[in-house]
Design a protein around this ligand. Structure first.
Ligand code: COI
Length: 355
C-alpha cells in the first residue's frame, strides 16, 4: 500500500536516516492548517471492533448528510505532536495518555474507541509517513490531530451506526499570534464553557463551537483568549478556550481542579509534575477569580499552546499586569518541558517515545 501511495503522490515516503524536508518557510510557522501528505483512517461499526486502518493521501472524506457527527455532534478529538530532535530523529510525547483520554471521552459520548495500541500505532504511522513535514528542531512541531466521529447515518437522536477514526497532521509554530509574547486574557462573565454533568471534562467537539462567540468578541477587542468561570457561582476559574490555566503566588502554583468541567490536559499534568520536581507546591483546587487578580504570575498550558505566559487579565473594570521576566516560573517550566519533548533534556520519566 505504501508504494502505491508513493506512486500516486509522487512524493517519497520517509526512509530511515533521510533528512529530507518539504519546502516550507520554517521560520514563520503559525497555527494555520498546512496539511501534511498522509492521513490515517480506521473504521468501526457500532457493535464491532475497529478494523485495521491505513494511511491514505490527505484529502476530503465522504459523509452522509445524516452522519451522527454532522447532526448531533457525536465526536471527540485529540491533539498531540511529533518533535524533531537535533539529530533529525522524531519523538512523540505521551501518546498513550492521548489514547486513554480518547477512550474516556468516547465512553462519555457513547462511542467505541480504538485500543491504546491502535491509537499509538496510528500516531506513529502518521508521524513517520509525514516526516518531511516535521519542522527542524527549534522551529516548530508536527501537530497531530486524531479525530473520532460518528460517521454513520442516523435520523432519530441516538448513537451513530458506524464510527471513523482519522489522524491528520500539520506543521505548526506558536499557537497565538503573539508568538512567545505574553497573552492578554479577558474574564468572560456572560458565556460559560461547560456545566457540571456536561462534557467539559472530555475533548468533545461540542465544547468548542459554543466558545467562538465569546472568543471572537474578546479577540476583536485585542485580547488573545478568554478565561471562563464556573457556571454555578461565576467566581471560580475554569480554563481558557484553548488551554488550561495556572496561577503562581510565591512558591505555590495552583490550577483549577478537574471536576468534570475542566479538560485534563496532558501538558497540564506534565507541568504539574515538573513544577513539583522543582520544589514548588502544586495545588489543584477551586481557584477564585480574586486570587487570579492577586497572583504573581499566570500562565497557560496545552498541546497547541505549550506553556504561555499571561501578561494581563481584564475582569470587570479591572486590568492586572503580571511579571513576565525571563526567569519567570512559566519560562522555567516551559524550558524543562520543551527540553524533554525535543530530547535536549534526558527523559527519566518515560514520557517520550523515539520513533
Ligand atoms: C490542543 O492544544 O491540542 C487543542 O486541542 C486545543 C485546540 C483549541 C487547538
Amino acid at each position: 500500500a505504501a508504494s502505491a501511495l508513493r506512486e500516486e503522490r509522487k512524493t517519497p515516503l520517509y526512509q530511515n536516516g533521510d533528512d529530507e524536508y518539504v519546502d516550507l518557510d520554517w521560520d514563520n510557522l503559525g497555527f494555520g492548517l498546512t496539511p501534511a501528505d498522509y492521513m490515517y483512517v480506521m473504521k468501526c461499526s457500532k457493535v464491532g471492533e475497529f478494523t485495521q486502518g491505513e494511511l491514505s493521501p490527505y484529502g476530503n472524506i465522504q459523509l452522509s448528510p445524516s452522519a451522527g457527527v454532522l447532526n448531533y455532534g457525536q465526536a471527540i478529538y485529540e491533539g498531540t505532536k511529533a518533535y524533531r530532535k537535533e539529530n533529525g530523529k522524531l519523538l512523540l510525547f505521551r501518546p498513550d495518555h492521548n489514547a486513554l483520554r480518547m477512550k474516556l471521552g468516547a465512553e462519555r459520548m457513547l462511542m467505541p474507541s480504538p485500543s491504546v495500541d491502535q491509537f499509538v500505532n496510528a500516531i506513529k504511522q502518521t508521524a513517520l509517513a509525514n516526516k518531511r513535514w516535521v519542522p527542524p528542531s527549534g522551529k516548530g512541531t508536527l501537530y497531530i490531530r486524531p479525530l473520532l466521529m460518528g460517521s454513520g447515518p442516523i435520523l432519530g437522536l441516538g448513537p451513530a451506526p458506524e464510527y471513523t477514526f482519522i489522524v491528520y497532521a500539520s506543521p505548526v509554530g506558536n499557537y497565538f499570534k503573539e508568538g512567545m509574547a505574553a497573552l492578554n486574557l479577558y474574564v468572560e462573565e456572560e458565556y460559560v464553557r461547560a456545566a457540571p454533568g456536561g462534557a467539559g471534562g472530555v475533548k468533545s467537539i461540542t465544547n468548542y463551537a459554543p466558545v467562538l462567540k465569546a472568543l471572537s468578541r474578546a479577540k476583536s477587542q485585542g485580547f488573545s483568549d478568554v478565561l471562563y468561570l464556573d457556571s454555578v457561582k461565576k467566581k471560580y476559574l475554569e480554563e481558557a478556550s484553548s488551554c488550561n490555566v495556572f496561577v503562581v503566588k510565591g512558591r505555590t502554583i495552583s490550577t483549577p481542579a478537574t471536576n468534570g468541567t475542566i479538560l485534563e490536559g496532558i501538558t497540564r499534568k506534565s507541568v504539574m509534575e515538573i513544577a513539583s520536581d522543582q520544589g514548588y507546591q502544586v495545588v489543584e483546587k477551586a481557584v477564585h477569580v480574586d486570587e487570579v487578580m492577586d497572583a504573581d504570575e499566570v500562565f497557560c498550558t496545552g498541546t497547541a499552546v505549550v506553556v504561555a505566559p499571561v501578561g494581563t487579565i481584564t475582569y470587570q473594570d479591572k486590568r492586572v499586569e503580571y511579571k513576565t521576566r525571563d526567569e519567570s516560573v512559566c519560562q522555567k517550566l516551559r524550558s524543562v518541558l520543551v527540553g524533554i519533548q525535543t530530547g535536549l533534556i534526558e527523559d527519566n520519566k518515560g514520557w517520550v517515545t523515539n520513533i
